[in-house]
Design a protein around this ligand. Sequence first.
Ligand SMILES: [Zn+2]
Length: 226
Amino acid sequence: MGFSRVKEQKSLRMDPYLLIGKGGPELVGKNYALLSQASEAFEAMATEAKKEGILLKIVSSYRSYERQKSIWNSKFSNFKSQGMSDRKAIEKIIEYSTLPGTSRHHWGTDIDLIDASQPAEGDVLVPQKFHQDGPYVQLRKWMDKHAESFGFYLPYTDDPSRRGFKYEPWHYSFAPLSKPMLKDYLNLNHAQWILSEDLEGSEVVGKEFLESYLETHVKGINPTLL
Ligand SMILES: [Zn+2]
């Protein structure tokens, strides 16, 4: 009895539609869209960072399935136009971008961050900008020290033994919500919820692809978030 109560608390028993970006979650935020608990934690963190001259700016937060699908399809056509095979194009997409229905951005708990006090030129979400003499080095150092105390963790760390997506020093996840959501997510029947024929490259994205992608990419994160 006791054990099953504990188990129930660990799961949010989320609606599968919400986990794959096809639900209508209640989101808050002026320049972003997050679940309210994640937004409160972010605002508290931003207030602290500001005291040290760092202006935390969210450039990406909640993203729907439809939005992810359009990112996927446009990257696919772009790589195909460079002469890649379907499989090669998909391998290239999943260096940084997710299969629609599998993005942590579908949950309203994950953010891509920059420092708005710094001049931004060109692509801001590139690892070099967060290292050496890049504009977001101060941001990264501050987040290294303080983010976890507000509940924010990097899923895609610079750990060479980690599989899946490449290192993303800009992507933070609000663990108090995203950890239980990932548990629910991993219990879904993924083939039923995620495989879709109106996706570019759907001949490659079958059951076998999905199973290995879940292992390497969805579970290939900072172990603290598993
Ligand atoms: Zn991200």
